[in-house]
Design a protein around this ligand. Structure first.
Ligand code: SF4
Length: 484
């Protein structure tokens, strides 16, 4: 049996324009690693949309070598980009490999024509994936018919945190940050959050030896020193930061990390600044959401805004090398335009963040996968929102649409404009125009510049990315074709 997983996170849409993505999805590597551990010949093809189509088809056909049992998977992203290209490739391959079985993973909802797909794996379900490959009965997990879609029961964590161990045949290089995960599950239940493992009292934490192996292999095989932590929050407890500090002691280099961080928890546990310095967590994404006291209570996140300002001041003074990005949600019940503007002005006047941005609140009603609904999606009225039209924003490309709503001070139409204006204001008046993820990616791709210099380097990133991917395609195609 052979398994091939394709991926391409493709374009990163920044505030100032699109840039190619130099991140490969860790899930795709987790899947092939698991397959190999279970005796299946498995490999990955990344950046597949940048491959010359003919070379890609020839390389895949050669690698499968007319294997009797062959499976192809697509590790998709939430915005379903690349799905059409994947379909074309699959249909082309099936002319020579009619036995090819087609998998889709990474999506949260089925959508569009799926007659060409054999199995859709929704959410985290490596257990179902393995059972399927081993021909076991997976009917108990079935949730959709077209295509047959499977997922684990809500909130049940069956996977381990993803700590990929890359190999030489994956042809990574040190211009790509590797994504790893220290835990699965979040113990909080913020009302706007659609993370499927929220409200989980027993988050699973990765084993030290797995983290060390993942980091050290990335360094040994490809010289990688920079890592994204995929955890939805890194600091709800100290354990994960302590795990990183310990891991640092067991590797032969100094890794650097980027992560989502809960600012209000840092406010309550300011000693975490020292832990973050110690483990080199130098890039932070704070989902601040709001700095209005009435709102933070309602959304069950944020604590006392004054404490948040205070901890931002401390991070700025005590950890000045940290890149800090804060994101706000505009339109939350209990807020006001005046409050939002004043909060942003304060952030700018004191330069409390390296960069900041904001989004308009979105409420979704037509999601069939119930577990990715936030508490607000499930019962908008309870949280102060009146739905005035359903499914008004045509987000075809993510498979579901959001509703129009009104609340005590605004509605979804007005908020869209306000959010754009604030986003622009923060972009123009803080040091960086990029989010923490963007900056971490770009500075890994093209290292060595100051934060403000990166603001005008999109053309450089594009050029360097093309060069890097070309090199990857050359090596990976040679491997698949058996030339090397
Ligand atoms: S927003 Fe973050 S902290 Fe809140 S429930 Fe979601 S993952 Fe947890």
């Amino acid at each position: 049996m052979k398994l091939l997983v394709l991926s391409d996170l493709y374009i990163r849409g920044t505030r100032i324009g699109g840039a190619p993505n130099n991140n490969r999805p860790a899930g795709a590597y987790y899947i092939t690693q698991l397959a190999r551990e279970n005796g299946i010949d498995a490999t990955n093809i990344d950046y597949f949309m940048s491959w010359p189509r003919q070379l890609l088809i020839e390389s895949i056909l050669k690698w499968f070598d007319n294997e009797k049992e062959c499976h192809i998977g697509f590790s998709g992203s939430i915005d379903v980009s690349g799905l059409d290209a994947y379909k074309e490739i699959v249909l082309e391959l099936k002319k020579d490999l009619p036995q090819l079985k087609v998998m889709l993973g990474g999506f949260r909802e089925p959508g569009g024509d799926s007659s060409w797909v054999d199995i859709l794996l929704v959410g985290r379900c490596a257990n179902i994936f393995l059972d399927y490959l081993q021909g076991k009965d997976i009917s108990q997990y079935k949730v959709y018919d077209n295509p047959p879609g499977y997922k684990n029961p809500h909130g049940v964590i069956t996977d381990k945190p993803v700590t990929p161990v890359i190999s030489k045949d994956d042809f990574w290089c040190n211009q790509e940050p590797l994504t790893i995960e220290l835990s699965l599950g979040c113990k909080f239940n913020c009302s706007f959050c659609g993370y499927d493992y929220r409200n989980n009292k027993n988050p699973q934490i990765a084993k030290l030896e797995d983290v060390v192996e993942s980091l050290q292999t990335a360094y040994d095989v490809a010289g990688i020193t920079r890592f994204f932590l995929a955890d939805d929050t890194i600091n709800e407890v100290d354990d994960k930061l302590e795990l990183l500090c310990e891991a640092q002691k067991h590797v032969s280099f100094t890794p650097e990390f980027m992560s989502f961080v809960r600012l209000d928890i840092m406010g309550a546990k300011p000693h975490q600044i020292d832990l973050m310095k110690e483990c080199n967590l130098t890039s932070h994404f704070y989902g601040i959401e709001s700095l209005t006291p009435e709102v933070t209570k309602l959304i069950r996140k944020g604590g006392k805004p004054e404490k948040n300002y205070e901890i931002l001041r401390r991070v700025k003074n005590e950890f000045p090398e940290a890149f800090t990005f804060g994101n706000l949600i505009v339109g939350l019940a209990g807020d006001s335009e005046k409050n939002v503007l004043e909060s942003c002005k304060k952030l700018v006047d004191e330069q409390l963040l390296t960069s900041g941005g904001c989004n308009a609140l979105r409420i979704y009603s037509n999601i069939t996968n119930d577990e990715i609904k936030s508490e607000i999606d499930k019962n908008p009225a309870k949280f102060g929102y009146n739905i005035i039209a359903t499914d008004t924003i045509d987000w075809d490309n993510i498979g579901y649409g959001s509703d129009a709503w009104e609340t005590d001070w605004t509605d979804s139409y007005k908020v869209e404009k306000l959010s754009n204006a604030i986003d622009e204001y923060l972009g123009e008046n803080l040091e960086s125009v990029f989010t923490a993820h963007e900056m971490f990616s770009f500075s890994t791709l093209v290292p060595g510049y100051s934060i403000s210099e990166y603001n005008s380097m999109l053309p450089v990133f594009r050029k360097e990315h093309t060069r890097m991917v070309k090199k990857y395609i050359k090596k990976k195609s040679q491997f698949l074709l058996g030339d090397k």
